[in-house]
Design a protein. Structure first.
Length: 410
């Protein structure tokens, strides 16, 4: 296209200068006279322009090739860096060590990006001081957000030393102090230290700024209120404890709320709260506390039985009532009803006790065989992380230390 334009322009110029072909241009250079016809001069000018344009195009083409090679090289390095970031979370320790080696070779990339990659790799390897140094090199704030904070906290969970965790979290607060999501680290420090007032403060800040923190904020807030109310209960500040449990929804919060009402002589209110919760979740611990604060045990058992007549807890309570009153036939019928829906060991043990009281040897043999064949473990508190069975609920597992992992297993 370029050559076509040049030829057309040259022909047009040739036609224009036809009438001037007899004219000549005279130049004197260093005492020498030079004479050239106008068409020849025009030809030389056109050739010079063509040469300049060709040279310019060659330079542009070479520059473009060099640019594309550099882009390909940088793109390849970015792809390689992306694979290294992927290795940080899903790879093993050897993979993470390889990340450090590869990161040293990616010298053409942005310094902040490399610092982020090297810092994350060092942190995953437990080299926290080295990671802190790399993080301090990051100048582009857009490179990190709350996702980085949650990832660092998740990696830090593998650290066994509690003191080390607290120290590292404190240092991370200093390194990333200019970011609102540092509250993630402050929240973890408060949780590990049992500073429940600080936990509530950080949760309010996180909710106000819509910062993802890796926790169920509502559940964590209720745990913090429960622990503060528990401290108030122990210290005898019952009204203060009640004010903290106004929105009690969990089992432990409801039980503590009822105990606080009993301490303030609001027994009727306590019973109403327990009945309301038992209607939705017929839990054994609710029933135990309900019977504990009731004046008439038998009437209380009947009341709970009417609220949830087919529940496991209700049937067990009725069976125990009949056994206590030596109404063994009624207890047997109640337990048979329960065994139609539930196969817990406790039911078989109670049935064997009833058969012993009735001196029914054939039935004893039958229920022993049934227990061996069909019985399953009783309901219990168990850690969902390490599966350790514990006696009562706590906000963290006493074995593995996992937060809010103890659940009621049916």
């Amino acid at each position: 296209m370029f050559f076509l334009i040049f030829i057309v322009a040259s022909m047009a110029a040739g036609f224009v200068v036809q009438s001037y072909e007899t004219m000549a241009l005279k130049l004197e250079v260093a005492g020498y006279g030079i004479e050239a016809s106008v068409p020849f001069v025009l030809f030389v000018v056109c050739v010079a322009i063509l040469a300049i344009v060709l040279l310019a195009r060659i330079c542009i083409a070479l520059s473009w090739c060099i640019y594309r090679v550099k882009c390909w090289s940088v793109t390849k390095q970015y792809d390689q860096m992306g694979r290294q970031f992927a290795r940080l979370s899903v790879g093993n320790i050897e993979d993470v060590k390889q990340v450090v080696v590869v990161a040293d070779k990616l010298n053409k990339l942005d310094r902040s990006i490399l610092a982020l990659l090297q810092g994350c790799a060092s942190f995953r390897l437990g080299q926290y001081e080295i990671a802190e140094k790399y993080f301090s090199y990051i100048t582009t704030k857009g490179l990190y957000d709350s996702g980085l904070g949650m990832w660092l906290v998740s990696v830090l969970k593998n650290e066994k030393s509690r003191d080390c965790k607290l120290r590292v979290l404190s240092r991370l607060c200093c390194v990333f102090h200019g970011n609102s999501w540092v509250s993630i680290f402050r929240l973890e420090i408060a949780l590990m230290s049992g500073q429940w007032a600080n936990v509530l403060t950080e949760l309010k800040f996180i909710s106000r700024h819509n910062i993802p923190c890796g926790h169920d904020v509502a559940a964590l807030e209720e745990i913090a209120c429960y622990k503060l109310a528990e401290s108030s209960y122990i210290a005898g500040r019952y009204k203060e404890g009640l004010s903290l449990l106004k929105k009690a929804r969990s089992l432990q919060s409801v039980l503590l709320y009822a105990r606080l009402n009993v301490k303030l002589c609001h027994v009727k209110k306590a019973l109403e709260v327990l009945e309301s919760y038992y209607k939705e979740v017929p839990n054994n611990e609710v029933a135990v506390l309900y019977l504990e604060i009731s004046q008439d045990i038998n009437s209380a058992i009947d009341r709970l039985g009417n609220i949830a007549p087919s529940s496991y807890t209700g049937l067990v309570l009725m069976a125990r009532k009949h056994i206590a009153l030596k109404q063994y036939s009624a207890a047997e019928q109640c337990l048979k009803r329960a065994l139609e829906s539930y196969n817990y060991v406790q039911l078989y043990a109670m049935m064997l006790d009833v058969m012993v009281k009735l001196e029914n040897l054939d039935e004893i043999a039958y229920w022993v065989d049934a227990m061996r064949r069909d019985a399953v473990p009783d309901m219990r508190w168990q850690c969902g992380q390490c599966l350790k069975v514990v006696e009562k609920w706590d906000y963290e597992c006493s074995s593995c230390g996992e937060f809010n992992s103890v659940v009621w297993v049916e």
